[in-house]
Design a protein around this ligand. Structure first.
Ligand code: ADP
Length: 302
């Protein structure tokens, strides 16, 4: 079983001809509220791609939060540890998407910010009984820390997707078994500007020196640089027509762990994760873009 601890956000998306300037009121169109949040995206990806998943998260006592939680359950996720906060609304992102396809995002943690260490402890059994714990950084850092500590003490493998990019204490990084940064996050954590295989290798060496045994640096359309006991080097992804790269990394993380838990060997698991992430970039949205297992199988057979 996989346990994901992380954020739930309602993404309010509005398409606009250009970004509104200060004081300007602008007519937009195609307003949608779509499920997002890195934690939720990764839990949904792992579940759709075959893993047994429990999700530890916090939503508001509001309709949108409850609707998203019901959606997680429909994807087969155990939502017994998705708690409702009585005071705060569900986390939100306000996203403008311009006609040029650029986006401009305002985020507020809301209930995600109340996922406190005490809440992590309440669900400590889920963590210690799982095979793997998957973490990101959209909930309070002390809670991420607490979860990693419980996992390490209980023999549960710790996977950290260090997004959004932020500096992290060495004590936290030392608890991580597998880290999966993108280029920006790898640079922020190691000081090495990652652009290609050579620079990715130096960044990976820094992560190993921090006590992390497995490193996978995602390089967007270039693929992923792996520094793993099983394989060292760049594994290219699939070439697709990119429509919306939102949640590519989230899909990659969920898919990789689903494949590893299903017993695929290293190369096969990375190929599966690349296939799932490539499919997600051909579709609009976050959770709406995450494919199911059969779709990935069909894509890989082509
Ligand atoms: P993030 O979304 O976290 O910034 P990346 O952009 O590095 O992460 O992408 C994660 C993974 O998604 C890549 O390793 C690859 O498998 C896939 N991916 C991302 N962008 C593309 C693309 N343009 N074409 C094909 N695959 C992509």
């Amino acid at each position: 079983r996989l346990v994901v601890l992380g954020s739930v956000n309602a993404d309010h998306v509005l398409r606009v001809p250009h970004f509104p300037r200060p004081g300007e009121t602008l007519a937009g169109h195609s307003y949608r509220v779509v499920p997002g949040g890195k934690g939720a995206n990764q839990a949904v990806a792992a579940a759709r791609l075959g893993a047994e998943v429990s999700f530890i998260a916090r939503i508001g006592a509001d309709a949108i939060g409850r609707e998203m939680r019901a959606g997680f359950a429909l994807d087969g996720i155990d939502v017994s540890a998705v708690e409702e906060d009585a005071m705060l609304p569900t986390g939100i992102a306000i996203i403008y998407v311009s006609d040029e396809g650029e986006n401009s995002i305002g985020l507020s943690a809301e209930a995600n910010g109340a996922l406190c260490p005490a809440m992590v402890q309440r669900h400590g059994n889920l963590i210690t009984e799982a095979h793997t714990l998957l973490l990101q950084l959209e909930v309070p850092l002390e809670s991420v820390f607490e979860a990693a500590r419980l996992a390490r003490a209980g023999g549960t493998r710790v996977v950290l997707n260090p997004a959004p990019a932020q500096p992290l204490p060495a004590e936290l990084l030392a608890l991580v078994d597998l880290i999966t940064p993108n280029q920006t996050e790898a640079e922020l954590l190691t000081g090495v500007a990652v652009t290609n295989e050579t620079s990715a290798a130096s960044a990976a060496a820094r992560f190993h020196a921090m006590g992390i045994s497995r490193v996978m640096i995602t390089l967007g359309a270039q693929g992923v640089y792996c520094s793993d006991p099983a394989f060292v080097g760049l594994i290219p992804g699939f070439r697709v027509e990119a429509v919306d790269t939102t949640a590519a990394g989230d899909t990659f993380n969920g898919a990789l762990l689903a494949a590893e838990l299903a017993g695929l060997d290293f190369k096969a698991a990375v190929r599966f994760a690349h296939g799932a992430a490539a499919l997600s970039v051909t579709r609009l949205g976050a959770q709406s873009a995450i494919p199911r297992q059969e779709e990935v199988a069909a894509f890989l057979d082509e």
